[in-house]
Unconditional design. Sequence first.
Length: 224
Amino acid sequence: MKRLKFIIYTRAFIWLAYYIVRVYSATFRLTVVNEAPWKALLLKEKRPVILCTWHQQFFAAIRHFKTYAPLNPGLMISQSRDGDLISGVANRTGWHTPRGSSSRGGKAAMAAMLDHIKTHGFGAHILDGPQGPMGIIKPGIVKMVMETGAVVVPFYTRADKAWFFNSWDRFMLPRPFSRVTLEYGDPIALETMASSDEYPGPEPDRFEAIRARLEKKMGPKLYR
């Protein structure tokens, strides 16, 4: 078992995993919806953008997200062994990956992610990862937005045929050759969801209001 775990996290295995994901995802009959609005914000108006989704749904977007490599995207990934594998695949897809989570290395990773967004203006975030609970937005995204001025762009994936794992997030894996839709929601400026005028008191009140309202807005798109 120890030898198997060692093999899984080697550089050669990560390369293999990357190509397996690429080949598997190439079987999807992919439709992308509402991509133009946030791209216009990022490229024409130079507004920082953070794409956000649930841990359950990110797999189906991996292949298409390689097309964003020229935009210098960033994605914060946990400092776990599974994170090593995911980070390795993401790096080969052209994404920069500050490492850390709420339980390990989080402060340094958040600082690196903030620096990345301020420098390049583009990133993504898994709202309830890496360990859940499912559908509960952690505060990291609010901190990113409040300190960078980025807009949040929700995205969701769905498939006409998929497997759902017996995991904390009910992870969704589209079946080969299924019809997959990657749909972007309208950009959300979080300051309009809980402005300083609406919450003139302690900053934590506004922080939690933003987090809760974003969670409520995105919750219906989660497969339970």
